[in-house]
Design a protein around this ligand. Sequence first.
Ligand code: ASP
Length: 344
Amino acid sequence: MRLPVLFLLLLVALSVNAQPPVEPAADAVSGRTALVIHGGAGVIERSQLSAQEEAAVRAELDRALDAGQAVLAGGGTALDAVIAAVRVLEESPRFNAGKGAVYNALGEHELDASVMEGHSSRAGAVAGVRTIRNPVLLARKVMEASPHVMLMGEGAEKFADEHPGIERVPNDWFDTPHRRRQLERAREREAAERAAGVDAADAEPGRYFGTVGAVALDVHGHIAAATSTGGMTNKRWGRIGDAPIIGAGTYANEQCGVSATGWGEFFIRAAVAHDICARMAYRGDSLQVASDAVVMQRIPAMGGDGGVIALDREGNIALPFNTSGMYRGWLRADGSRGTAVFAD
Ligand code: ASP
């Protein structure tokens, strides 16, 4: 029984070798691409998230997956795919990025975003922008049309003035009633902490939640990652989190890509996104081992919390988080896809 099978296999192998190289068929293209997205990690209790709201959030995640998948399935770049996916989430008022961004202590919005392309090591970021409808598009513009990696505040806005394709909106365009209520609750809590004599340095910052990000692997084997956020509720003094910092909230190289969400101060100190990729490069860790080590051990040991989405050039994905939930979605190299909120 075995010999004929071996003979057949040999014949197949010989005939495959005899073929001239051909372009991959469309279905083979999607078979080698992958995409992961997140809509933020944090305290998401089942009791506080109605079935209807969960369905609505997951529908938005699906729309973001669709946008990225359309790019990848057409043979497009990982860079275009992550921008397309993040843009959908920035446009949704349900996430803390673009429309629906949290309020700072002045009752305004300051947005951060970044993008990195792995094979070229190019990166772009903006921090503390106030009138940019889609900060991820400006981050990409910084990468592609300036000699710099990160622009902040007024300077970033001036740079945007020079690029008419970047849509501008008044700051209150980002307003949403639910973020306003979050600001009011954060103010009350901080006032109570002050009254109780809690040292400002020990006080918990306003709850973060809803930052968005995407990481993609394209048919060329290239990886890109992007992250966008309004930061943390009631933030002050021009506070900037990890999301626009290359190596903290976003990182990609030839082997690995990461977008993070969580308590940004800890993610900056731990250089989370870079650390995951560095563990793979220097220690030979798998993507899962590297991301678990950082998200499930290092960050909690420091006192922080949050999660990441990550993928490697083989199309493996890892989505660890140490909070009660993380809005996330995935599209694997084998074509399977899904969205989830809670750990189970
Ligand atoms: N990491 C973001 C920040 O610290 C917040 C978040 O992930 O929701 O600005």
